[in-house]
Structures are given as C-alpha cells and as structure tokens.
Write a protein that binds this ligand. Structure first.
Ligand SMILES: Cc1cc2nc3c(=O)[nH]c(=O)nc-3n(C[C@H](O)[C@H](O)[C@H](O)COP(=O)(O)OP(=O)(O)OC[C@H]3O[C@@H](n4cnc5c(N)ncnc54)[C@H](O)[C@@H]3O)c2cc1C
Length: 468
C-alpha cells in the first residue's frame, strides 16, 4: 500500500494523529469524515500498532487477533464499514484445561451459566445474581470493591470458579484480582454478551480495509515517521517535530502511550505540578510474550478448539502468569478458515510477561530464555496436538522487548495503563490546549473494541475543540 512520503506532507493540517493503533486509526478516520484535514504519522512501516501481523516462512502470523467481544459488530458497522462488520465471525470452541477443570464452551452467558450450574454445582440464583451485578457495573460506580472481593461475595472459597471467571480476562487486559472490580466487570460483561469473535481474512485484511477507508476520506498517511516532539507554546499545542521537520496543527492526538506522551513527546514542563503528581501515580500494565508456530504446507491436524486457555499451575495467579517460566498460556489455533483465500495452519502461544525480567538479561541469556520459552510452549502444545513437532516448519518468538521495539510503548505494555491512566488521558487537553490522547488506558479502554470505541470518543472531543 502506497502512503505519502514524509517529505511530501504539507506544512499545516487541522489535526495530526501520532500513531496508527486501532484508537489512532479510528480517531483519524472519524475526524476526516467530519471534514478536517488530518495527517496520520506512524513510526513503524506498517499500520495497526498492536493490531498487527508479520510474514515468516510463507505463513502470516496474527499478533493480537485472538478474540474480541460481539460489541465489535456494532462498533465496526457504525464507525467503519459494512464490509468490515461482515467479516466478523464467531469462535465457537473455547477450551479451558488446567488441574482444577477441563471444559469446552462458546464463552457466552448462557453457556457459562450452564457450566457454573452443572459442572461447578452452583445454584442458579447465585449465578444469575453475579451476572446481573457485573452487567450493571459502570464507570461511575464506587471503585472501592476489588475483583477478589466481588468473587468472594458470590463464590466464597471457590478458587476453581475464580479461575474460570478471571483467567481469560487477565490474558485479555492484564488485570489482577486486586484491581477495581469495574475493570473486570465491564470487560467480562462485554464477552458474556454473545461469546468471542474474530476477523475472517486476518489482521492484514482488516488493517488494509481501514487504510483504504482512511485514504478514501482524505487522511494523509505517513509511515516510518516517528514523532520526536509535540510542540507546546503558551499552554497550547502548535504541531509536531518529526526529525527536523516541523508540521503545524491546532490539534494533536497522541496514540502513543500516555506515559510516552507526557514524559517524552510534550515533556513534563508542559504540565502543572498537580497534574504531574496524579500522573506519577499511573501504573503501566504488563507486557506479553508469544511463540508462533507455522505448519508445513500439506500437513494438517484435527480441530482442537480455537482458543485454548491452558495451565499446569495448581491455582490461578496473575503473578504466576507473568513469570518467565509461567506454566499458563493460551494457544490461538488458526485453521485454513481464518484466511480462506490463503489457507494455512498456524498456532500462536501467548503469555503475559514483565518487561524488567527480559530487559535485565544479557544477549546470550536472552537468546537462551527465548529458546527455553519456545520449548515449554512446544511441550504444552504436544499435549493437544500430538506429533506437532514434525509438522512445524517455522518458529518465531516475541518478548516484552519486541513489543517495546515495534510500538515504543513504555515497558512494552500490551494493555496501556492500570485504572489511574484513564483520568490522565481524558483530562490532558485541559492542561495543554489542543493536545488529546487516545489509546489503551485504564484497562477498559484497551483491547480492539476498547481502542476503537475510545477513538470515536476522542474524535468527538477533538472535533468540538477544532470547531470552537
Ligand atoms: C500479545 C497481545 C495480544 C492481544 N490480544 C488481543 C485480543 O485477542 N483481543 C483484543 O481485543 N485485544 C488484544 N490485545 C490488545 C490490543 O491489541 C490493543 O489493546 C489495541 O490494539 C491497542 O490499540 P491502541 O489504539 O491503544 O494503540 P497501539 O496498538 O498501542 O498503537 C500505538 C501506535 O502508536 C505508534 N507510536 C507510538 N509512539 C509514536 C511516535 N512517537 N511517533 C509515531 N508513532 C508512534 C506505535 O508505533 C503504534 O503503532 C493484545 C495485545 C497484545 C500485545
């Protein structure tokens, strides 16, 4: 796809969007549709941010296309296009396998209620009360209750139930039992609507369709363009610097991480002491590790499920899930149906991870740790697909350092920041006129659905600001 080379961008736009994650792409597109001249600057050579893919050994690997809630159907139809909406399909076979239970589910409310009643022997009223409570949670609720307290209220002492309810959400947004229950409730309820969905044709097709739409709406897209500085003058943004090139705009939307945006792009000197003291309490979320397996052309295997939440750890622990030698991982299994026009079998193992653990290693220890991680994933995968070793022709792996390199996110964070980041992101424009932030913050604005919806919200704010 041909974008605009940096030397050909104009000197002035209405809005500059820094970063092309799903939040940045959506925000840029909405603003262009509203009639603004928009420039989108992305440091990587590819659009999509964490919604990304790469090609190796004749295979295409999806990095973050493991599953999203049904809400994406409405969001994509309303804010993108019918074509994008029509490619969203359900994943019907979600598998859990750990020392406490093994089961297969559609991950819908009805199926979860049935499982909690029949397999976990909980009475229906308690289960219904739990679902009604989490569904009623909203952003303005009291945030005093933690997820652990919520679980204990309904299912005291049932670590097996806690695991079923929590493990997928910890993979989906890095949240832990000690965080406000709302960060759990909103995301869990989103999934519990109708189950887990994916995009037929893969991430490359989705981002390609989005890029076409952006260009049709007149967005100037420039990749390989790292913004070094947001220019701030007299409490307002004036534009950005990309290397030595100055580009002017009255409004700048940063889809870079909120910590990068404040510490490095605008610079702390642009903010008040009170704002910075709130900002300094923001905790960056964890990162991820992945191992990618490509299956030799002509080889195949039986259906083992679409998404496998597997663990050999005795009980659920978000701390255990972030360890380098974690025994907990998800396998996303991609069958030929994922890309009907380019049928292939691939498997992606995903684990949560801490940046500091990987960054501390010298090059040889880092290489060895990656090799050990691949071997652990292989061993686990063989339990579900016997003989898989002989069928794999391509292996690749990623660590928190990889995510940091490609997205520039502080500590390679996969899901932005913990809850406190949301308020900072939402109020940054009050500190620096014309500077907005979009992207994963506060856990609930992360994930494909959260990022796109946040893109719409911020586009409305920016539109109002520019018009005023
Ligand atoms: C391993 C993994 C698996 C995941 N799985 C799922 C899943 O199954 N389902 C789901 O819903 N979500 C998943 N997610 C989360 C989801 O991918 C993200 O929450 C979402 O894509 C983030 O979008 P964003 O708008 O916050 O921007 P990001 O994707 O974080 O993109 C930010 C962009 O800004 C660019 N940028 C940063 N600084 C600059 C700069 N100075 N100049 C120019 N450009 C800059 C970066 O290069 C990047 O392109 C997963 C994430 C990871 C890491």
């Amino acid at each position: 796809m041909a974008f605009t080379p940096l030397e050909k961008v104009k000197r002035k736009y209405d809005v500059i969007v820094i970063g092309s994650g799903l939040g940045g792409l959506t925000c840029a597109n909405r603003l262009a549709r509203a009639g603004h001249a928009v420039l989108l600057l992305e440091h990587h050579i590819q659009l999509g941010g964490l919604a990304t893919w790469f090609k190796r050994g004749g295979h295409t690997f999806d990095v973050s296309l493991h599953g999203f809630p049904y809400g994406m159907v409405k969001t994509c139809r309303k804010y993108w296009s019918k074509e994008i909406r029509n490619a969203i399909v359900q994943l019907k076979n979600i598998v859990f396998d750990n020392p406490q239970f093994s089961l297969s589910t559609t991950f819908s409310k009805d199926d979860f209620s049935r499982i909690l009643h029949e397999q976990f022997k909980l009475d229906r009223t308690t289960v219904d009360d739990f679902f009604n409570t989490v569904r009623a949670m909203n952003f303005y609720d009291d945030q005093g209750m933690t997820t652990w307290e919520l679980f204990e209220k309904f299912f005291p002492g049932r670590s097996d139930v806690h695991r079923l309810l929590m493990e997928p959400i910890t993979y989906a947004n890095g949240s832990t039992l000690d965080e406000p229950a709302i960060t759990y409730g909103i995301v869990f309820s989103n999934f519990m609507n109708r189950g887990v969905f994916t995009f037929e044709g893969g991430t490359d097709r989705l981002i390609g369709m989005m890029a076409d739409d952006l260009q049709k709406n007149g967005v100037t897209i420039c990749t390989g363009a790292k913004v070094d500085r947001v220019l701030v003058e007299n409490g307002r943004t004036r534009g950005v610097m990309v290397g030595s090139q100055e580009i002017i705009a009255p409004a700048v939307v940063s889809n870079s991480g909120i910590t990068n945006t404040i510490d490095n792009l605008a610079g702390r000197e642009a903010f008040s002491g009170d704002f910075l003291s709130r900002f300094d309490k923001v905790v960056v979320n964890n990162s991820s590790c992945q191992v990618y397996f490509g299956i030799r052309k002509g080889e195949s295997f039986d259906d083992v499920g679409d998404l496998l939440f597997t663990s050999t750890a005795k009980e659920f622990s978000s701390e255990e899930m972030r360890r380098m030698d974690t025994r907990s991982r998800t396998f996303s299994v991609y069958y030929p149906k994922t890309r009907p026009e380019k049928p292939d079998y691939t498997v992606v193992a995903s684990m949560n991870g801490n940046f500091a653990d990987w960054a501390a290693l010298d090059p040889e220890a880092y290489r060895q740790a990656k090799e050990d991680m691949v071997e652990r994933c292989f061993k686990d995968l063989e339990r579900y697909i016997p003989g898989i070793r002989d069928k794999v022709d391509t292996i690749e792996s990623a660590t928190p350092k990889t995510f940091n390199r490609y997205t520039l996110h502080t500590q390679g964070t996969s899901f932005g920041t913990k809850f406190e980041g949301l308020d900072i992101s939402r109020t940054i424009f009050k500190e620096v006129g014309g500077l907005f932030h979009v992207g994963s913050v506060g856990i609930i604005m992360s994930g494909w659905l959260g990022a796109i919806n946040y893109g719409v919200i911020v586009a409305n704010d920016v539109d109002a600001y520019v018009r005023s």
